[in-house]
Design a protein around this ligand. Structure first.
Ligand code: 5GP
Length: 204
């Protein structure tokens, strides 16, 4: 998605060889028009399949799962990272290891909203190690639902997430695929470009 690559080049802050900050338009302040276009792009890629639910994980997958749900005309569900008091009913849950935060956490969704009749598209903001998405795949399996694909907004292709998912036979599509990056420079798969000079270095 050319427009997305352009915004990453213009506004992305590369904090290290592995961490890209896109807080100005994707996952803190959200460019709503771009988010809706991302939803349309997911529809163009996956919309020929009979998807019944879009699944993501809180917090930064929510706006893209919602955009995909709007484009596809289906509900989206987001897995919660902490079991809410309101989530008293039976849940599916799976452990996830966060490499960015170096901690383990449990994700869960109510069993009321996902079942064997569902055909699922998983959507997330970043594909890095794939740990978060493997947790969601686990939940889809527990529900007996069918997984039709995984759509990511940004994939850091130099990390192992894609191969981890593909080794499970999962179809993965990402809208911007980063081959490599270092502060001040970014290379996309099929398109190599240089970022604007990095001006700040805030926390991710
Ligand atoms: P995983 O390593 O499980 O694929 O990534 C889990 C989550 O970590 C992603 O959904 C995303 O929220 C966050 N994450 C991973 N890499 C980056 C990154 O380079 N930048 C930002 N902003 N978030 C990231």
């Amino acid at each position: 998605m050319k427009q997305l690559q352009e915004r990453i080049r213009q506004e992305g802050l590369i904090l290290s060889d592995t961490v890209l900050k896109v807080d100005s338009f994707l996952n803190h302040q959200v460019d709503t028009e771009l988010a809706l276009q991302i939803g349309q792009e997911f529809k163009a890629i996956f919309g020929h399949q009979p998807i019944t639910k879009v699944l993501t994980i809180e917090a930064s997958g929510i706006q893209f799962a919602m955009a995909a749900g709007i484009a596809l005309g289906v509900p989206f569900i987001y897995a919660k990272k902490k079991k809410a008091v309101t989530l008293a009913e039976a849940v599916y849950s799976a452990p996830v290891h966060s490499f960015t935060r170096q901690e383990d956490y449990l994700i869960s969704i109510s069993q009321k909203y996902l079942g064997p009749e569902d055909k699922v598209l998983i959507v997330d903001d970043f594909l890095a190690t794939g740990a978060a998405l493997v947790g969601l795949v686990d939940i889809v399996k527990q529900a007996g639902a069918e997984l039709l694909g995984v759509g990511c907004v940004i994939e850091k292709s130099f990390q192992e997430g894609r191969s981890l998912l593909e080794s499970q036979g999962i179809s993965v599509h990402s809208l911007a695929r980063i081959a490599s990056m270092s502060p001040g420079e970014i290379h996309f798969i099929e398109n190599s470009q240089t970022l604007e000079p990095v001006k700040e270095s805030a926390g991710c």
